[in-house]
Design a protein around this ligand. Sequence first.
Ligand code: UDP
Ligand code: MG
Length: 326
Amino acid sequence: MPVTTNTNIAVSLPVIAIVVPCYNEEAALPISAARLLGLLDRMSADGMVSPDSYILCCNDGSRDGTWSVIERLHVEDRRLKGISLAHNRGHQYALLAGLISVKDKCDAAVSIDADLQDDPEAIVEMVKLFSEGKEIVYGVRSSRATDTWFKRSTAHAFYTLQHRMGLDTVYDHADYRLMSRRALELLSEYGESNLFLRGIVPQIGLDTAIVTYERHERVAGESKYPLAKMLSFSIDGITSFSAKPIRIIFMIGLILLLVDVLVAIYVFSAYFGHSTISGWTSIMLSVWFLGSLILMSIGVVGEYIGKIFNEVKHRPRFAIRDRLWD
Ligand code: UDP
Ligand code: MG
């Protein structure tokens, strides 16, 4: 939006959209919204962002009063907008719904969790880098001191596993990032149903940068990501981007083939030593090795067939029920 400065030179300040996925966040949202609006006020007073910058809360089919909180906050301050998904689709989809909704209505979007565990102050640095021409700025945690030991170590184990599996993700970066309008447009061209944004965004390319920040405790409420959800998220990430598991199965097959030679030597020596009953040799050779190989192969092939199954259905990835947009 063009703004006239006191020297009468029209400069264009970027409109920033802060996208916040919310699932059962009635306790955290009023606190987070106030802080984020305060941050926008400050940045626009400093001449960093347009006063038209806004927050978009994406209610991910919450079961509590999250949507009423969003409605109330919208009445209090029109810069806080909202969309509500028809049902709970998960963090990634709520975020995508938000990013797609703002892509034509901002110069850059910042995604941040409703609990403000990711320090909102880092947005200032992100916007600075955006003004210098960076199109994607990743928020990276400098420490995880406030996470439990369990959460920290499982998260690191997942990152390591994903990297070993050939997945190009940014270490210790969750979904706290700034994306320019162009990056958002490119993102919207990814039509896959199995959504793992941390894997897709690095594939977009463009000029990127990193901002580090301290991770805090939740401002209110409880984590919506228990271990089971995290585990399935991580497996999803790997199987959406990497065919390495198939190669691993092939390697296991190769190793078993070598072991098979030793077993064959043992089985044949027993056979020629006349210490076997009829049929034992052939059954030993085939059942033992083929059985395990076939079972594992079916498991892996099944994973990929499951993915193809999901992709070919081309289901809508989100369905917006309500919109607050004026
Ligand atoms: N969230 C969501 N849908 C879900 C689960 C979570 O939109 O099904 C949102 C949640 O409201 C929060 C963000 O995703 O803004 C991250 O969730 P949370 O803070 O519970 O995860 P954690 O930080 O514990 O990993
Ligand atoms: Mg959190």
